[in-house]
Design a protein around this ligand. Structure first.
Ligand SMILES: C[S@@+](CC[C@H](N)C(=O)[O-])C[C@H]1O[C@@H](n2cnc3c(N)ncnc32)[C@H](O)[C@@H]1O
Length: 446
């Protein structure tokens, strides 16, 4: 018999269970389940909201549920309670009785009668007695951890690195829905023309105050637009767009992008070169290299060359000191993108941060050998962590004494955030990803 298709809440339960078990990525799972269960129209939005919202608020929801659960329950039951309570607390449009009814039906299908009765009892008790107060948590780290659903070690680490207030702001900002932005391919059309194109397609678009070639979508997924298919835009976060600025691009440069897939920054750089020079784009994984080429083709760029390579050995594969600019947009802990990938909050560990730092350092040192005297090396990550970002800069400068820090030239609004030739962007700064950028110049002639 064919598999029976699941409705929105059953699908949400399926995705959340898989994430809890295998640490699979939410965005990939979501797309897969939407297709398999033929979820369409507004139900896609509801499924996305319930899934991401429940992941985002996991610790808070568990704190709310705890006083109402007085025995050990199976993981799927806990998840069903979480996703139901998420709708009751955070979504206005769905009446509580509908949420409870659905939860009980799912529990009946999945478990025995006792479980559906228990689910009903717990959710009704929460409805009757109200939520436990978060004010009862007195330790400030624990309070931020539960209130904004971030692991305690992460909150503690950030508080030590950036102070409690900034940490609280960051954790709160991580709960907000991400802003969708796209970079206009200026080799094809002006920002004004592309804005009009998207509006003609029914999108609600604003100019960005931050990056001149960026457009912001207030309604609608830009990746599904005709403008995207025809190579007029690339969906990209505005913080990521700043990296091409840090590279101080002029025409006819020879550029190496060491960690390039899926090609967001490579294609931005290639667009800025406007048909001149060359960008050689590397990535460890063959299947990811294909994504770079596909993006370059879609955008009509003919100055991008791709190769699968481990950049920890990059200097063995190219003639020394042959690039004007080298970019290391390093594999990182990703703590700046928790709004878009909330499951990372629970899966990353301190050990991950440490091993990533080692990889980043070896890529930086190797890549630095290929920079021409007077050329620039840009190091960036989409993370917020002082030890990972600043720590790597210090380590690099200690080892590569033929390099010096070079002043970052970003856009007008971002420039004031630059500190000591480096920038750490927080998600609360302007609604973009948390991001780190620094730039080094190889000593010698220009
Ligand atoms: C932050 S992502 C790059 C994003 C990309 N620059 C963009 O703007 O679209 C880091 C990339 O580094 C790649 N990577 C990880 N280890 C690597 C290595 N040793 N050598 C080359 N690439 C590596 C990963 O596959 C991943 O695609």
């Amino acid at each position: 018999m064919a598999n029976k298709k699941k409705n929105v809440r059953e699908s949400a339960l399926e995705i959340l269970e898989a994430i809890e078990k295998n640490q699979a990525y939410s965005n990939l799972l979501l797309n897969h389940v939407i297709q398999r269960n033929s979820i369409s129209g507004p139900d896609i939005g509801l499924l996305t909201e319930i899934t991401y919202g429940t992941i985002q608020r996991k610790f808070t929801l568990d704190y709310f549920l705890k006083p109402f659960i007085n025995k050990k329950i199976e993981t799927w039951v806990q998840i069903l309670l979480r996703l139901s309570l998420y709708q009751m607390v955070y979504l206005d449009k769905i009446p509580d009785r509908a949420v409870i009814y659905e939860a009980v039906e799912i529990a009946k299908k999945r478990g025995h009668h006792g479980i559906s009765g228990m689910v009903n009892g717990i959710l009704r008790a929460v409805q009757r007695k109200g939520l436990p107060s978060l004010e009862e948590i007195h330790n400030p780290i624990e309070k931020i951890s539960i209130e904004t659903s971030h692991p305690k070690w992460m909150v503690k680490r950030w508080a030590e690195q950036f102070g409690l207030e900034k940490t609280k702001e960051m954790c709160e900002a991580n709960l907000l829905a991400p802003l969708q932005t796209a970079r206009v391919n200026m080799t094809k059309a002006s920002v004004e023309k592309v804005k009009q194109m998207l509006e003609d397609e029914g999108y609600e678009i604003q100019y960005s105050p931050l990056v001149p070639e960026s457009l912001r979508s207030l309604k609608g997924n830009l990746a599904q637009s005709q403008a995207f298919k025809n190579g007029y835009i690339t969906v990209q976060d505005e913080s990521s767009m700043l990296v091409a600025y840090a590279m101080n691009l002029t025409k006819n440069l020879n550029i190496l992008d060491c960690c390039a897939a899926p090609g967001g920054k490579t294609t931005h750089i290639a667009e800025k070169l406007n048909g001149t020079g060359k960008v050689i784009s590397l990535d460890l994984h063959e299947h990811k290299i294909k994504l770079i080429s596909e993006n370059a083709d879609r955008l009509g760029l003919n100055n991008v060359e791709t190769r699968a390579m481990d950049s920890r050995q990059v200097s063995e594969n190219f003639k020394g000191e042959s690039f004007d600019r080298v970019l290391v947009d390093a594999p990182c802990s990703g703590l700046g993108v928790l709004r878009k990938k909330p499951d990372i909050k629970y899966s990353k560990t301190l050990q991950d941060l440490q091993s990533l730092q080692t990889i980043q350092k070896s890529i930086l040192i190797e890549a630095s050998r290929l920079v021409k005297p007077g050329g620039l090396l840009v190091y960036s990550t989409c993370t917020v962590d002082k030890e990972e970002n600043e720590g790597n800069v210090q380590e690099f400068l200690k080892e590569a004494n033929d390099f010096e820090e070079y002043p970052l030239q970003l856009t007008e609004m971002i420039q004031p955030l630059v500190n000591n030739n480096r920038v750490q962007i927080f998600p609360q700064d302007f609604g973009g990803d948390g991001f780190f950028i620094s730039c080094f110049r190889k000593k010698g002639k220009n």
